[in-house]
Design a protein around this ligand. Sequence first.
Ligand code: DQQ
Length: 510
Amino acid sequence: MNRREFITCAARAAAALPVAGKVSRGIAAREELLHTRLAVDPHRPRYHLLPPANWMNDPNGPIFWKGQYHMFYQYNPHGAFWGTMHWGHAASPDLVHWRHLPIALAPTPGGPDKDGCFSGCAVVNRGIPTLVYTGVSPEVQCLATSDDKMIAWTKYSGNPVIAAPPGGPEVAGFRDPCVWSEGGTWYLALGSGYKGAGGQILLYRSNDLIHWDFLHPLCKGRRKEGAAGDEPVASGDMWQCPDFFPLADKHVLLVSTEGSVFCSVGTYTNLWFRPEVQQAADLSDLFYAARTLVDRNGRRILWGWIREGRSEQAQRAAGWSGVLSLPRVVSLGADRKLRITPAPELEALRGKHHRFANLNVGPESENLLKGVQGDSLEVAAEFASAGGEECGLRVRCAPDGSEQTVISYNRAEGRLRVDREKSSRSSEAQRTSQEGALELAADEPLKLRVFLDGSVVEVFANDRACLTTRIYPVRADSSGVGLFARGASVKLRALDAWEMRPISKDRLTT
Ligand code: DQQ
C-alpha cells in the first residue's frame, strides 16, 4: 500500500465516524501536507515500524500467517494524539521491511466499539483469521474475521462476545484480550484489576470464540504491605495488555502497568499460573504494552510501543507520535530469567562497517571515534570487566559536547543507565536519566548493543537487560560516537559500528 492509498484509507476509516465527509477530505488534505514535512523530520526513525503519520500506541495481535508477519497497532487517524482508536495494520515477509495495509478496524457508530477499538490479539480459528479486541464504552470484548489475506475485516454481528466483568468489587478495567488454544479449547486472558485490590488477569474458556465462561483469575497482584482502604497497590491497580505463552518448560506472563512492562516466569498447571521469577521486560518507562508471536521456526518474538519523550505539544506539531520497538527474540536462561536479543534479521540492514579494538578508555578520553557518525547506527561494544567504576558509550554527540547522550554501566551499583541531561537543547525534550538493575559477574565483560534511529535509542546489555529511550538532539552535527569511563581506565576489547540502511526511501516506512 503506497502513501496515497494509506491516506485514502485513513480518510475512509475516519468517514466511519459520525461527521464523515468533511472530516475525510480534511484528513486527506492535511496528511498530504504532513508527509512532505515528515519525510525530512530528523527525529523520525528510518528502520523502525511506524505509521506514515499520526498517533500509534500498543502493538496489537502480532501473528505469523502464510509466510508473513502481520502487525496491528493502536492508531488514531485524526492526528498525533491518543483518541478514537483504530487498528492500523502492516505486514512483513522478513521482520524488517514492512508494507502498510488498510486500517483493519475502525469504531462503528452505535456499535459496541463506537468509542474505540482497543487492544487485543489475533488467532486463526479453524482456518479463519480472527481478531479479538476490546470495544469501548463500556469495555466489552468483540470479534472480527477475515479471509486468508487478512486485509478486509468483518465484525461479528453478535458482538460483544463478553459483555460484562464478573461480579465483585469495582473493576479498574476490563480489556486487552490475549487468546490461545489448548487441546482444541480456547482460553482468553483479560487485563483487569479491582480498585484498591490490584491488577488481575481474568481467565475465560470457550469452544468457539463466541461463548465464553469465566473461570478464575489466572494471576493476581499483591496489596502493598500495610496498605489501607483504597490506597494503590504495589503492582498497579490494573494490569493491561496481558501476553501469556509457554517458553521452554515454563510459562511467561507479560503485563503492562504503571508505565512499565513486567514479566513473570512461572508454572502453569490446571489452569492456574504461579509466578516464580519476575523481572522488567525493559528498564524504561517509555516501553509499553508488549506483545509477542511465534513464527514458523518456533521463535517467540516481542515488540513494544516506544512512547515519545517530548511534550504533547511537540508531538502534535510533529504530526506523528509513537513507534514500535525492533523485534526482540525472547528465550529462557538457565536462571529462569528472560534473555532478550534483537532479531538476527536486522543484520540485513547493516551497511558501512567500522571496527576498533583494544583501546584504553580513560576518564579524560574526550575524542570521538573517527569516522563513526550518524543517527541511524548499530553499535556493538565489549568492555573488559576490570577497571573504572563506570564505562560505556557516548552517542549523538555534538563536536563540542553540548549535546550528547551517555549510555553506561556502573559495576559497583549494578546499574545500566542512559543519561539524557545533555541529549537535547530543546526545552520540549525530557532530560531525566533512565536506569535499572543489571547484575554482571565480577569477571563478566560488559556487552552493549545499541540501536540509534532518529529519536529512538534501544540498548541491549549482555542479552539480559533492555533499556529503550528517546532523544531529540537539535544540532545537525550531534552525530558523533565516543567512549566513556569514570573512576579509572577501562579496556574496550572491541567496537563494531554499522550505518543502518533505511527500510524505505523516505521516513514513511511504506
Ligand atoms: N492502550 C489501549 C488499551 C490498553 C492501553 C488503548 C495500553 O486497550 O489498555 O489505546 O497502552
